[in-house]
Design a protein around this ligand. Structure first.
Ligand SMILES: C[S@@+](CC[C@H](N)C(=O)[O-])C[C@H]1O[C@@H](n2cnc3c(N)ncnc32)[C@H](O)[C@@H]1O
Length: 508
């Protein structure tokens, strides 16, 4: 097994083939978390250094390099094939502010003197062994600048620990047949779970995860679950480890759990709010909800921002709507949602956003802005993000250079993805953050530029991938019925989806 001989306990037989842009690692998301918690984060409008540790296909760091031209981006991974893919995408996107290195974390720590403002680790920590975690810690300790931020994703112990017995069983099955092809092992493992239902019955919290794994691609299965070192952690354990690199917890990178009690109802809310320490509060939330996956931000030497700086920052925050119906949805909200929606700023921001992107200050200009307190503005911004109504950004809303760079990245991204099963992560030049589009969106976008028949193109992709076609979620054999349904979808697209993609600057 090459995994064992590599000494990393990480699965190395194939390169990771997931092409994704993780939203929490985005500079705009880091700024947002700092703004909400009143902690200073790096200034992403000036030059800054950004490291994507274990970058895989480098999709996220390439996307961010496109819309943050003042950043110097570095992606590192020991998988040569993944780095080749990352370099190719950078070249096709015409990026000159990013470089990719084939290196282990240990080698990178030894040979690098560059210091970083942000270090991201997505899909690394709970998937690698203790020795590799130590190598990563060494990088965080020595290469992160004071005031620098770490983005880190983990499998959370609260929801995923129950997948450990099945993982041990999988490892045993692999040891028994070390030369077996991964796809065959995956099938054998899936059959074993079906033939022995008690395994899943004993792991109710992990059931959906395990079923998702055995029904997905062999590549994802391998990298998610086939490393012998795979081991979920609690936020408290993660924080204790990162403290050894002088890092303190900043916030959850996910707006929904930024303030973990805010959008849950009683009695859960009181239970979570009884804990004042942010890590304990997140722990109470995770224990209650059985959290499976977390994304978090840590900071080296946090500095508080003044109330006036915080006010100016929130007023300067650019917003664009990404879903008009979500703006409406909140009006019928209950509890905290209803309280915030009744804020002085909330409906004014919603109304202005329907005309196009603007900063919060612009949305409220001409109103009695001085009378609106900062917490009201922060709550409105937070709620708009939590319900998925808006994307928030950094700096200039419509910078022609950033727009051109994003367009080129998005064209390259769409060329890599043309899959019916997948979605394509694109980058917004307005919010300078990710926007995920479906195959319907990507074909409709192509159809605006090229004389293609969208329905025929979609059917061609489906046939190539041998995907069963569906109408209203039901598999259909009748090609004409399917075509009719997709014709309706594409006809509605300019009204249903196009306005959001235009507001986000993905389309002009
Ligand atoms: C699950 S993938 C995540 C890739 C990427 N961050 C993403 O989420 O798309 C983990 C990556 O870490 C890399 N990796 C694991 N151990 C490593 C080490 N010791 N040094 C360098 N890269 C490592 C693997 O090659 C793999 O590409």
């Amino acid at each position: 097994m090459s995994e064992v001989s590599s000494g990393h306990a990480y699965f190395t037989e194939t390169d990771y083939e997931v092409f994704n842009i993780f939203p929490g690692m985005c500079p705009a998301a880091i700024r947002f978390a700092g703004l909400m918690t009143g902690i200073k984060t790096p200034d992403f409008e000036q030059s800054f250094d950004f490291l994507d540790l274990g970058c895989g296909q480098g999709f996220a760091s390439n996307a961010y390099a496109a819309v943050y031209p003042s950043g110097r981006f570095v992606g590192v991974d020991m998988a040569e094939g993944a780095i080749l893919g990352a370099r190719k995408l950078a070249e096709e996107a015409g990026l000159n502010n990013i470089r990719f290195e084939v290196a282990t974390f240990a080698d990178f720590a030894r040979n690098t003197t560059q210091k970083f403002d942000v270090i991201g680790l997505h899909g690394i920590w709970t998937w690698v062994g203790m020795d590799v975690r130590e190598d990563a810690l060494e990088i965080l300790r020595t290469l992160l600048k004071p005031g620098g931020v770490v983005y880190i994703s983990t499998n959370s112990a609260y929801g995923r620990d129950q997948a450990k017995p099945a993982h041990a069983l999988l490892m045993a099955m692999r040891r028994a047949k070390p030369d077996e092809d991964v796809a065959d092992l995956m099938k054998r493992f899936g059959d074993t779970l079906k033939q022995n239902p008690t395994i899943l019955e004993n792991a109710p919290r992990a059931k959906a995860f395990l079923e998702f794994l055995i029904n997905g691609s062999a590549n994802f299965f391998s990298h998610e679950y086939l490393s012998s070192a795979w081991s979920p952690v609690s936020l408290a354990d993660l924080a204790a480890d990162l403290a050894r690199a002088d890092l303190s917890f900043l916030a959850s990178a996910n707006p929904w759990t930024l303030n973990p009690s805010q959008f849950i109802n009683e009695p859960h809310r009181s239970f979570v709010e009884a804990f004042s320490d942010p890590i304990d509060r997140a722990t109470a939330y995770d224990a209650l909800m059985g959290t499976e996956f977390r994304t978090d931000l840590f900071i080296k030497g946090p500095q508080v921002i003044t109330p006036e700086e915080q006010r100016q920052m929130v007023l300067a925050t650019p917003l664009a709507f990404k879903n008009k119906s979500r703006l409406q949805l909140v009006k019928d909200g209950r509890g905290e949602v209803a309280r915030i929606a009744a804020n002085a700023s909330y409906s004014l921001i919603c109304e202005r956003l329907l005309q196009g992107p603007c900063t919060i200050g612009e949305a409220l200009s001409g109103t009695e802005l001085e009378a609106i307190d900062t917490q009201d503005l922060l709550d409105s911004l937070h709620l708009l993000k939590v319900v998925g109504a808006v994307s928030s950004g950094i700096g200039a809303i419509d910078d022609p250079e950033i727009r051109a760079r994003a367009q080129r990245f998005n064209a390259a991204a769409l060329a890599v993805h043309a899959s019916l099963n997948g979605t394509t992560p694109l980058i917004s030049p307005v919010c300078r953050g990710p926007v995920t589009v479906s195959i319907i969106d990507s074909i409709a976008i192509r159809a605006e530029k090229e004389p293609i028949d969208p329905v025929a193109t979609l059917l061609k992709v489906a046939a190539k991938e041998r995907v069963s076609l569906q109408v209203d979620g039901v598999a259909v054999e009748d090609a004409e019925a399917v075509a009719k349904s997709y014709r309706r979808t594409f006809a509605a697209w300019p009204l249903v989806r196009r306005p959001a993609l235009a507001s986000l600057g993905v389309l002009s």
